[in-house]
Every structure is written in C-alpha cells, then in structure tokens.
Ligand binder design. Sequence first.
Ligand SMILES: [Zn+2]
Length: 268
Amino acid sequence: MNFIDSHAHINDEAFDQDREQVIQRVFESGVYKFIEIACERHEWKPAIALCEKYAGKVAAALGIHPQVAQTYDEAARAALPQFLNNTQVAAVGEIGLDYAYLHACPKETQLKVFEEMLDLANQVQKPIVLHIRREEENYEPYDTTFAMLKHLWKPASSSKYPGVLHCFSARYEEAKQALDQGLLLGINGCFTYKKNEYIREAVKKAGADKLILETDCPYLSPQGKRGTRNDPSNIPLIAQWVADYLDMPIQQLAEITTQNALDLYNLK
Ligand SMILES: [Zn+2]
C-alpha cells in the first residue's frame, strides 16, 4: 500500500540523533511521501533542504504557527514570500489559532499573523494547512477561523482541495463548516484515543472521501504507542484504526487518502 503522511515535523530536534535511519524506515513502511511542516523562520530553510535531499518524496509547508506568532518579526516578514514561491513548497502552514496557548501568545498577535498568512496564501495561490485548537469546550477559534476564511481567503484555484484542517479534533459541526469551505480533514493519533468518540463520529459522518492521514510527529503517537516518539511509519497503524471504524478495507482507505493528499498538495 502507498500512504502519504500529510503532516510531519521530521526536522524536530526529537529526530536529531537518528533522522536518516527514521526516514529510511518510513520509506520501507508503506509510506512513500511525507509533508514536512515548518512552523517558524529558522525552520524554513532546513525544510527546503530536506525536500531537496529526498527529492520527490518530501514536500514542505511553510508558515508561522499560532503558538509562535510573536516570532513573526521584520526579518521573517521579509523572508517568507520568497520562501513560499520555492517549488519545493507545496502549502502555507501550519497557520491558524491556538486558544489553548493564549498564555504564551496573545489572541491579538495570533489573529494579526493569521490574517497575514492568509494574505500570503492568496498571493502565492497555494493551499493552506490550518491548526485550530480550542480551550476546553469553547469553540470560538473555529468560528473565528471560518469567518476569516469566508472574508479574507481566496482559495488556490489550481487545487481540487485548497486546504486542510489538520489534526481534526472537533465535532461534526466544525467538520461540516470545514467541508463547506472545500477543506479536507487531517486525521492522526487523536482519532485513536479512547476518550475521543466524538471525533470518530464526526469523521464517519464526513466520510473517507474528505480525509487525509497524518502523524503530526514527533507528537500524538497513536493508541498502543502513546508516550513514545511518533514518526510517519505509524501511518498504516492510524489507517487501520480509521478503516476499521469506517468499516472499509484498509487498501481502499489508502487509495482515497493518498489521492486526496496528492490533490491537496498538487503532487504527483
Ligand atoms: Zn504540526
């Protein structure tokens, strides 16, 4: 089977000791491509270097993660447009709002930088990778995001799917709003955790056609591997959970989600 990990952080320091061996294992695990997500300025260049090293197997998304929105300084603003035009860069991301992280980065800063990121995505006409996280049961960041998308975002016309709601972990209400805007849902280890039946129900209602698979490694290892370092070779394990829950053969889920990821990121 051919899987894609649509969201990985392989350049994270968690892989500093054995990055090449991990990547080797990934490509032997049934995962033939992954998308490296670079969240702030110092990660952009290394992400592109990783793509060049593993040409055709790794693509990048570059942006400013809402948790570090305050790092979007003049130097970063000056550098990002050119980085985004690099042919190795498939998307703008991850970008969005993280209201579980307001203690470290205030709402106003997150909103301002997210707006600037959408503006850049409009300019370069590349798909977006959204990170939206709420505090407890307050879904405000979702409502704010969907309103901002409606008013500020010009989806890339070249993409069948102009964006993804990464790490989907909300209700069907939020899934529905995402789908209405043409987004896919990124499914990772969160889907497998015992307490998250509401996520599984929402995903089932959305349907396999709207899904892509991701690890968000080194974080969020799937059930059975929790507490250990996650990496893209866990994608088949996540796929098995999803296929079982949706009651479909894993082969079929692999085909659908791989095609969706290729369509989203405009990859061959
Ligand atoms: Zn991530």
